[in-house]
Ligand binder design. Structure first.
Ligand code: ADE
Length: 309
């Protein structure tokens, strides 16, 4: 009911609808405007479907989220942030929001459909990727994170292979902002335990409060995983407590085959003290690391670099 919507905080309906420049010029969409094709994925608050918009016959990814579920986990702010990120986003390596609408019970995001598959499937098929591929994927992810952390003041908090989609031409698109949060003034800290265990930064586990430097930690985990095929603090039985213990101990094993540059880069990102992480004083220190000496950052941003994928 309407009453229920009000109590569920979709007063944030105001934020969710009026700030949307896309919608102001067109009539409100509903689920009836789309043909459901198949399910693409499943997130914490709902599912993603491949859909066809009836009037233009174009294919999109429709993310449907349950309002009550979002509200019950006190993450309604996150839905607003997700919308805000997607709406403001004009970044080549972040999924674009095309439309959004809601029903009594659900929020819907209509996203551009990314047709090159999921990066984690490529990673799963291998025991680690060749260095030029890792450098390329990591570099595109770095530009996306820099944009979120520094331009939009958003902490992403959920970097992992499952959230990296690939375009047909093999470029990276970061998706799923369900766990993103706003960076506070003066880089003040957030305290919620969110993320995927193997990727959690130590300050999140210790509940010491965290800020954008958690994205630098997870970048280190991602690069390690792309090189070796495994995360550094994985545990065979997937025991959550054991994984957390290994993260806090922070003694990753670098295989002898790993290049010196890669080891040095990962080691600088996997610093327990967030302030000491490479990138804590800006992303230039990451971009200038010798591991990325072959990357032309401007060309990469302009998508002039051919994907090795
Ligand atoms: N899975 C999740 N989001 C997607 C998108 N935007 N395109 C294709 N597959 C997806």
């Amino acid at each position: 009911s309407k009453q229920q919507d009000e109590t569920m905080g979709y007063t944030s309906e105001r934020n969710l609808v009026s700030s949307n420049q896309l919608e102001s010029t067109q009539k409100k969409l509903s689920i009836e405007d789309f043909v459901m094709l198949n399910q693409l994925g499943k997130g914490a608050f709902g599912k993603v479907f491949k859909v066809k918009k009836k009037d233009n016959c174009k294919i999109y990814a429709l993310k449907a989220m349950n309002k009550k579920q979002i509200f019950d986990s006190n993450l309604e702010q996150n839905a607003v942030i997700e919308k805000e990120v997607l709406n403001n986003n004009k970044h080549p390596f972040i999924v674009n929001l095309k439309y959004s609408f809601q029903s009594q019970t659900k929020l819907y995001f209509v996203l551009e459909y990314i047709d090159g598959g999921e990066f984690y499937q490529i990673l799963q098929r291998t025991q680690g990727l060749p260095e030029p591929v890792v450098q390329f994927v990591a570099a595109e992810v770095i530009l996306a994170l820099e944009y979120l952390n520094m331009k939009l003041n958003i902490i992403y908090r959920d970097l992992k292979p499952e959230n990296l989609l690939l375009t047909k031409s093999g470029h990276v698109k970061l998706t799923d902002f369900g766990l993103a949060t706003k960076r506070k003034e003066n880089n003040q800290k957030s305290y919620t335990l969110v993320g995927t265990t193997e990727y959690l930064a130590p300050e999140i586990i210790r509940k010491e409060g965290h800020s954008f430097e958690v994205d630098l930690w997870t970048l280190g985990i991602l690069i390690y995983e792309m090189i070796t095929g495994k995360t550094p603090f994985a545990h065979p039985e997937r025991n959550q407590n054991k994984i957390q213990y290994l993260i806090l101990k922070n003694n990753p094993i670098y295989p002898p085959t790993m290049s010196r540059d890669a080891k040095d880069l990962i080691n600088s990102l996997l610093q327990t003290n967030p302030q000491l992480r490479l990138g804590a004083n800006g992303y230039d220190s990451i971009k200038n690391h010798s591991y990325f000496s072959k990357i032309n950052w401007q060309d990469l941003y302009e998508q002039k670099v051919k994907s090795p994928l």
